[in-house]
Design a protein around this ligand. Structure first.
Ligand code: MLT
Length: 243
């Protein structure tokens, strides 16, 4: 299995990923939030790049059948129901509803990954399920880290490392690129102190300064939402797995 890790969505090209399974990661916080919403029973999630697009699409839905969520610069968008905190997307809020979401980096990475053969979303909260799923598929993988404001973000790379570490533990023959090797090394040396390591990084610090400590806890827990979110035809739906 060949694995390529992209530090941000800006590095991906259709020709590079069209024959691969894309695993999109925005652990702080977009993929963690989307996974949580699906785990809590929302019908589907529609990730969008732009605020205007989300507002326009929301007009096609009856009141109380959808949730408009997202952020810009990590803060709630005016007029939206919810921001981008996993804790907001509770069963009470989202069950049987369509979630329309737009975030600064994460939803843009998801929509750009659409060129891939199959697109799944990952975070720490579903990492074992994703690892089992990717191993069972047995195909080449493009790990697309969302990054932060177009820059490499250590939090996403750590999740990439956790996935690679898990695949190695299954004794699958793997061919890794340099960022993949770095991610694996970084995860293996930080797995017992994820908060300690990430607290020295930029996005973690920004969320902390905004008083979003609970989000950091929710996003960095392992395997609390063991589902496979599959993005296809513009929509993310959950595949509940017993693998
Ligand atoms: C993003 O998509 O850039 C992030 O999810 C930002 C955040 O809300 O922390």
């Amino acid at each position: 299995m060949k694995i390529i890790v992209y530090p941000t969505r800006h590095y991906i090209e259709e020709r590079d990923i069209k024959d691969k399974v894309a695993v999109v990661i925005d652990v702080l916080r977009a993929t963690s939030t989307i996974i949580t919403a699906l785990y809590n029973g929302c019908k589907e999630v529609i990730p969008m790049a732009e605020i205007e697009e989300a507002v326009k699409i929301s007009k096609n839905y009856e009141k109380d059948t959808f949730i408009l969520g997202g952020e810009r610069n990590s803060e709630k968008i005016e007029g939206f129901h919810l921001s981008n905190s996993p804790g907001e997307f509770s069963r009470e809020q989202v069950e049987d509803k369509t979630v329309l979401i737009t975030t600064t980096n994460g939803t843009r990475a998801i929509t750009k990954a659409a060129y891939a053969k199959e697109v799944v979303l990952a975070s720490f909260i579903n990492i074992t399920a994703i690892c089992d799923y990717v191993a069972a598929l047995g195909q080449d993988v493009a790990i697309v880290c969302a990054g932060t404001f177009g820059q490499f973000s250590a939090d996403d790379v750590l999740v990439a490392g956790a996935l690679i570490h898990g695949l190695y533990n299954k004794n699958i023959p793997i061919e890794l690129d340099d960022l993949g090797m770095t991610a694996k090394f970084m995860y293996e040396h930080s797995k017992n102190d994820i908060h300690g390591v990430l607290s020295q990084t930029s996005h973690y610090s920004t969320l902390k300064e905004l008083g979003l400590e609970r989000d950091l806890e929710d996003c960095l827990r392992l395997d609390t939402a063991p589902i496979i979110p599959i993005y296809s035809d513009g929509v993310v739906r959950a595949w509940h797995t017993n693998l």
